[in-house]
Design a protein around this ligand. Structure first.
Ligand code: ISL
Ligand code: CA
Length: 631
């Protein structure tokens, strides 16, 4: 539909992008959707909002929506069951997983040694955070050579061994492709600076202009303006000043990225996770961002690139030109030889509808995306010190699942290397740590979608009591402290990405068996029992629970592919659903709170197969979780 200033809020809501934007604004401000989804507001015309928010605000909305494709039609006939729908993924943060040569930094041979552990856990696909050559201004998310391995991580041969070992064990392996930006040490950028009129001059956003006038008002995600001054030029960086945005409008850049993908596919990898891939298309002319949108979202300029004018076109092209393995018949699925290796986009800011546009099989763009709207509850940001209410997660999943068509699929995750640990966010009381870890595992592994486990989650990892700034390593946290001073400590401690980046706890020896050297970042959680070694032999551990549940999911397709039906949706603190396929039915029920809860649905004929308790008594324990077979 064509949206203009005279369109109503109902029209905006009917547009996929429009609906996502409205919901994002509500989420951000903590305003209930009730205020929007009611007939009075629905009839309001967009232009009236100009009175409050300014004409620019309305114009940017209109411009955005006129760029968005229509919602995809549903396929005729059954949708293919691709391997990644049934798979359980595991994200390794290589720097902190296992250090084989005791230099304090995790590496590829370290990961190779731990493959049996991942296989035992039941992992189908390992995702490695960046391992390509990098000066590490943002821990590998600043790449200086896409075809070689970071010195401290090992060699291309180490990677080959790792790929082969994964495949021998029937596991797949995907890498992280950071192609929205490169490091300033990348030869393309070096050449672009030296020869602005040359081959690489147009690979980046280099702008002339005097030293006082920034090309626009966009801000960086890591504090300050998104422009860096080099010589007599400005250059765009949405992240650190050393991560320079690539100009995807240039077909040569797009060809380079597709070539990099093909290069690693030829080495046998099974796909990529694409870093901030929805930011690759910037609005022509790089216009100023709207001040109100900037204030609401915390960053200025976002509306000009989070769903840019050519995003879908570039992604479809990358799928076609990069993520297609020739010589393999489609549908012929084998580790290391998928006709269409998996393409997973990290898409901050994408909501349900944009997610569907990006992953619908009919549109041939990506397979899965990571949307982040569930990681903080409504009205909160990562830096807030607050208790995450799991009832929010419940509403999020009920809403998300109800809006997916039978062709759609979603990713499931609570943690990654950019976020604090979920157990700590929900309830840091140590008495609940194990139980809560299992509850979260239950939701993650029995929901409809593809689960992603972040290293340490399976042993109930929690946030770190970092003593002070010297314990931190992440540029984002350090920049905030630099810009806002020591008063920002509390907020940094609440949201720092370093919570997730401390070494994996393998056993009770020094540095948790991660290294015999000095770890590049130190952990500050001394609790006993939360290591792999301690949990492996404890049948009540979080680790054993993960293992049991993954195994169950693998042996019962109803739990991965089956339909999902939520019940008792309105009952607070109670989250329950059925999964069903080919006459096989499962019932999952969870107490979302740290208090006992009267059990519902006692009359159902159920057998507990995996759970935090052995009996369906009249009262559910705090954070109780049960996975039951319906007989
Ligand atoms: O942590 C954030 C900044 O506030 C997130 O917005 C994060 O930057 C965003 O999700 C993008 O993350 C990815 O790209 C970044 C990198 O620092 C993150 O580690 C990566 O996951 C830039 O490459
Ligand atoms: Ca090492």
């Amino acid at each position: 539909m064509n949206i203009d200033r005279n369109s109503t809020i109902a029209d905006v809501y009917a547009d996929p992008l429009g609906r996502d934007i409205i919901e994002k604004l509500l989420l951000q401000t903590g305003i209930s959707a009730f205020w929007i989804r009611n007939p009075l507001v629905f009839r309001l015309r967009l232009k009236y909002f100009g009175w409050f928010f300014g004409k620019d605000f309305v114009d940017s909305l209109v411009e955005l929506m006129n760029n968005s494709p229509d919602a995809p039609p549903v396929l005729d006939g059954p949708t293919p069951v691709t391997w990644w729908k049934r798979a359980v993924f595991y994200q390794v943060y290589p720097r902190s997983f296992a250090d084989s040569n005791d230099d304090g930094i995790g590496d590829l041979p370290g990961i190779l040694e731990k493959l049996p552990y991942l296989e035992d856990l039941g992992i189908d696909c390992v995702w490695l955070s960046p391992i390509f050559a990098s000066p590490n201004k943002d821990m590998g998310y600043d790449i200086s050579d896409y075809r070689s391995i970071m010195t401290e991580m090992g060699t291309v041969d180490d990677l080959r061994r790792l790929i082969a070992a994964c495949h021998e064990r029937g596991m797949r392996i995907i890498l992280d492709l950071v192609a929205n930006h490169t490091s300033d040490e990348h030869p393309w950028f070096q050449d672009a600076l030296a020869n602005p009129e040359g081959e690489h001059g147009d690979y980046y956003f280099l702008r002339d202009g005097d030293a006082e006038t920034l090309p626009n008002n966009w801000t960086s995600f890591f504090s300050g303006p998104a422009w860096r001054r080099i010589g007599d030029k400005w250059v765009l960086h949405l992240f650190t000043p050393e991560q320079l945005d690539l100009n995807w409008q240039n077909p040569a850049v797009r060809r380079e990225v597709a070539d990099i993908v093909k290069f690693w596919l030829a080495e046998g990898i099974d796909g990529f996770r694409l870093d901030v891939i929805n930011y690759i298309s910037k609005r022509e002319g790089l216009p100023n961002g709207n001040a109100i949108v900037g204030k609401l979202l915390g960053f200025t300029g976002i509306e000009h690139y989070f769903h840019g004018p050519h995003l879908h076109e570039y992604l479809a092209e990358l799928r076609r030109e990069g993520f297609t393995r020739s010589g393999v018949e489609p549908g012929q699925e084998a580790v290391g030889a998928d006709a269409s290796p998996v393409m997973i986009g990290e898409t901050p800011g994408a909501g349900v509808e944009v997610g569907r546009l990006l992953t619908s099989p009919q549109r041939s763009e990506m397979d899965l995306i990571f949307s982040f709207d569930h990681l903080e509850t409504s009205g909160h940001v990562r830096w807030d010190d607050y208790a995450y209410d799991l009832n929010f997660l419940k509403r999020y999943y009920i809403d998300y699942q109800s809006r997916l068509s039978s062709d759609d699929w979603m990713s499931l995750f609570f943690e990654n290397h950019d976020n604090p640990r979920m157990i700590s966010k929900v309830n840091p009381d140590p008495r609940f740590r194990t139980q809560l870890g299992k509850t979260l595992a239950t939701i993650l592994l029995t929901m409809r979608g593809t689960p992603f486990i972040f290293q340490g989650q399976e042993i109930g990892a929690i946030n770190q009591a970092f003593p002070d700034e010297t314990a931190l390593r992440d540029v984002e946290s350090l920049n905030i402290l630099k810009a806002e001073g020591p008063g920002a400590w509390k907020k940094v401690l609440a949201g720092s990405r370093d919570h997730a980046r401390v070494p994996m706890r393998w056993n009770r020896s020094e540095n948790w068996g991660f290294t015999k050297g000095t770890p590049w970042i130190k952990a500050y959680d001394d609790s006993v029992g939360y290591s792999v070694a301690a949990q492996e032999h404890n049948p009540d551990s979080v680790l054993r629970y993960y293992r049991d549940l993954i195994q169950l999911r693998h042996s019962h397709p109803a739990l991965s592919m089956g339909s999902i039906r939520f019940i008792d949706q309105k009952v607070k603190n109670y989250f329950a659903w059925f999964r069903e396929q080919d006459g096989e039915r499962w019932f999952i029920e969870v107490n979302l709170s740290g208090r006992p809860l009267r059990r519902r649905n006692r009359e159902l004929p159920l057998t507990i197969v995996v759970g935090t308790t052995k009996e369906r008594s009249a009262v559910m324990e705090p954070y109780e979780a049960l996975v039951c077979k319906v007989s």
